[in-house]
Design a protein around this ligand. Sequence first.
Ligand code: 3PG
Length: 304
Amino acid sequence: MKILIATDKPFAPVAVNGIRTEVEKAGHELVLLEKYTEASQLLEAVADVDAMIIRSDIASKEVIDAAKHLKIIVRAGAGYDNIDLAAATANNVVAMNTPGQNSNAVAELALGMMVMAARNFYNGKAGTELSGKKVGIHAYGNVGKLVGKIAKGFGMEVLAFDPFVSKEEIEKDGVTVVDSVEALYSACEYISLHIPANDKTKASINFDLLKLMPKGATLVNTARKEVIHEADMIRLMNERADFKYCSDIAPGNAAEFEAFDGRYFFTPKKMGAQTAEANINAGIAAAKQIISFFETGDTTFKVN
Ligand code: 3PG
């Protein structure tokens, strides 16, 4: 079988080598499309492949329709909002993710951003400490759980809100469960966002919610830019000179943030999972899932 890695933002070479070893050991062929700049390059690359591994790359209906031999697509990572699942299903393509494999990288960056904001983005002025502050984990999945664990090492008090995880499961980690998003945002100086982007969550982090955060608040978003109500965020940054925003992905209206010098930070491309370790874990997991799908029909981690 021909397996394509299509990554606009490439894996670390050590991860690509590891994927290649797995793929070739199982008797398959690996092809690579990295740092592509045009959608047409992706359309061309998918034409004759049986499987593909992607990251935040957009697997649209057009891409999936063009991949006439495609049987499986694996998003090496957590969020699969970049795959048109209906198109995959309509074309008999199995879509999977690799949950948990890159979580530690994202969690470490979330805490790193909290430290950076607390220290005024390292501008030399006296900052504050994380110890003794409250961090609210908005969605207690693989990343949220790790953020809580690391935050405790900093001496932070950890609160969480997640209607999809039982209270008992969260509490056994020594985390305080609150019963509404409003309660979480009202209580915490730091909020770490870990919700997926879907029809219910898009633009849900709005002015009414953010304004509840205490004085000197910081929002850290390593989830998706789409969950932020971008116009509301600008309004809040204007009305609250004490508010800071950090994200591992630039918002659509990044240029408007220039007015808030010293209170925000973003990386232009999604960077939370951009470590050699996360690339190895997620990339090799994706390769193994594809190999085992071809060998035994295993559809663990299927999302469509
Ligand atoms: C994920 O959903 O796993 C993260 O957002 C990482 O995305 P990336 O693979 O594009 O870095």
